[in-house]
Design a protein around this ligand. Structure first.
Ligand SMILES: NC(=O)c1ccc[n+]([C@@H]2O[C@H](COP(=O)([O-])OP(=O)(O)OC[C@H]3O[C@@H](n4cnc5c(N)ncnc54)[C@H](OP(=O)(O)O)[C@@H]3O)[C@@H](O)[C@H]2O)c1
Length: 289
């Protein structure tokens, strides 16, 4: 039996990983590393056997006791963290001190192509650490529509991004959680490999919005803003500057890059077919109307 620590357990990906680990009947001890144990216990109350520990990437004092008792770490970069050296160098040093030999890191598709992407820096730190790794590089989450893009969809009936005509690979977070649970359970089999977890299709925002409207009748519009306008708009609305920059990188740079690759990794890992955007829209229909 291994002890597997899940960081970001209360988030989109982490909670799906927990769901699939227990659905797959894990025999390992699963531990959620969370900033607030009380809040996490409420949010994750469906998972009776889950153990909780205090873990905050921004507070190295929380690392030692937690990491000393872990075999495998699922590592996620919390979206607000852009200063990778400041937070991830101490964490990876602490992992080495605690003799953790296995890490599954949630990266992003295309991370290897650009050294300014935070995940690229984290992948390099892990590779240089000598710790065995599995990198999952997912495409663009379908759930972005129901999380950070949702306030604009709900209140303004629009999506505004500097994305232009760029096509994104839309992938269901449920599929990423399932793939992550699979590699966590079978680390030996997939050790030191990299998997791009993609959905079946590359689609531009205008087309996604057209499909949402066709399925739900929601009447949403897509507006492509230039990066400066987007930066001013979102920081005026309260988005922190680092986060606005990450959003611009994620949505503006693809305009100048090749379309994302569609990989078969999810099918290979799980023997299932990845969800289509239509399936996701149907499932979340009530949120759009
Ligand atoms: N969105 C996309 O299309 C996309 C595509 C590819 C990759 N990604 C990557 O996916 C990751 C985000 O995953 P997600 O959507 O599951 O995130 P999320 O839903 O925003 O959840 C973030 C998680 O991180 C935890 N967290 C926040 N600050 C923390 C800290 N200082 N220390 C420890 N834990 C902390 C949060 O826990 P509490 O708040 O409960 O403490 C929460 O569980 C990012 O690295 C992003 O770049 C995203």
């Amino acid at each position: 039996m291994k002890r597997i620590l899940i960081t970001g357990a209360t988030g989109n990906i982490g909670s799906e990983i927990l769901r699939y680990l227990y659905k797959q009947g894990t025999r390992n001890k699963i531990i959620a590393g969370v900033r607030s144990i009380d809040r996490a216990k409420q949010e994750l109350n469906a998972f009776n056997e889950l153990e909780y520990v205090s873990f905050d990437i921004e507070n190295p004092d929380t690392f030692k006791n937690v990491l000393n008792n872990v075999d495998t770490l699922f590592l996620l970069r919390p979206p607000q963290i852009s200063d990778i050296n400041r937070y991830f160098i101490p964490l990876i040093d602490a992992m080495n001190e605690a003799r953790i030999r296995e890490v599954v890191f949630l990266s992003v598709q295309g991370a290897e192509k650009s050294s300014i992407i935070p995940h690229n820096k984290i992948e390099k730190l892990i590779l240089n650490s000598g710790i065995d790794y599995i990198f999952l590089r997912p495409g663009y989450f379908m759930q972005n529509l129901t999380t950070f893009l949702y306030p604009d969809i709900q209140k303004k009936r629009r999506i505004i991004l500097p994305a232009g005509q760029a096509k994104f690979n839309w992938v269901d977070v449920e599929n990423i959680g399932e793939a992550a649970a699979t590699v966590l359970e079978e680390f030996d089999r997939y050790r030191n490999q990299i998997f791009e977890i993609t959905g079946p299709e590359n689609i531009k925002f205008a087309e996604v919005v057209r499909r949402i409207n066709a399925i739900t009748g929601a009447g949403i519009v897509f507006e492509s803003a230039d990066p400066l306008k987007y930066f001013r708009l979102k920081t005026n609305e309260g988005m922190v500057k680092g986060m606005a920059m990450v959003m611009i990188m994620l949505h503006f740079l693809p305009r100048f890059q090749k379309e994302p690759r569609i990989s078969g990794a999810y099918e290979i890992l799980t023997r299932n077919q990845p969800a289509t955007i239509e399936k996701f829209i149907e499932r979340e229909k009530l949120k759009f109307v």
